[in-house]
Design a binder for this molecule. Structure first.
Ligand code: U2P
Length: 209
């Protein structure tokens, strides 16, 4: 192969890595049940989020740009990466600056927004959802059907219907509530591939601490 052909092949491969920023259909707001994260990974890693002085309940895992089918990741963007101060400022709702940085790289760069705007939109999306009171104050571990968690979110947020929210489980525990939102942050039905409904009748939900 001639040198020029090799160079253009290498260039096309390098640019084929990530999708184009800003080209997506809707968002998934992913809310993590922090006690499950701590039980499965965070405690072992000594994450500050899991320290006894905190009582995180549903934290912001991420705001993920989605296609009607599938999702973009690690997009090419002209936007600069966030400063340390910008990622640190998200730890009050995300649990750590490290997660904010990871979510920016994997998902935020696909939003087409600057870090400042992306984190502001993510915070608005998070604050736009009423967290079910019963879980915010959960003192003891409980076992419950995952659909009860979904029901609690729908009761606290009357605009939500079952097609707009999915509850995930991991290793027998309630892991996340994922809520589908338009680009303007209005609840909307999830794409078919986004439905990951946990069907467990007795999923473990550790209490907040
Ligand atoms: O489900 C495992 C991880 O895949 C990423 N994910 C999942 C579903 C979806 O619709 N979009 C998406 O990005 C998440 O990766 P993370 O942001 O945690 O690296 C999810 O945790």
């Amino acid at each position: 192969m001639r040198l020029i052909a090799v160079l253009s092949l290498l260039a096309s491969q390098a640019f084929a890595e990530g999708e184009t920023a800003g080209d997506f259909d809707y968002y998934i707001l992913s809310l993590s049940w922090s006690p499950t994260f701590c039980a499965l990974e965070g405690d072992a890693r000594g994450e500050d989020q899991c320290d006894a002085r905190h009582d995180y309940s549903f934290t912001l895992h991420g705001l993920w740009p989605q296609f009607e089918s599938g999702w973009p990741s690690y997009c090419r963007t002209r936007e600069r990466d966030p400063s340390r101060a910008q990622t640190a400022a998200m730890s009050d709702i995300m649990g750590s600056a490290g997660l904010a940085w990871h979510e920016w790289k994997k998902h935020g760069r696909c939003s087409g927004l600057s870090p400042q705007s992306y984190f502001a939109v993510a915070r608005n999306a998070y604050e736009g959802i009423n967290m079910p009171e019963v879980f915010m104050n959960l003192q003891k571990s409980v076992k419950l059907p995952a659909r009860v968690v979904e029901q609690a979110f729908m009761e606290a947020n009357p605009a939500l219907t079952p097609s707009m929210i999915t509850i995930t489980c991991k290793t027998g525990m309630i892991q996340e509530a994922r809520i589908c939102l338009t680009k303007d942050l209005a609840p909307r039905p999830c794409g078919p591939d986004a439905a990951r409904d946990c069907r467990m009748p007795d999923a473990l939900m550790h209490g907040v601490r």
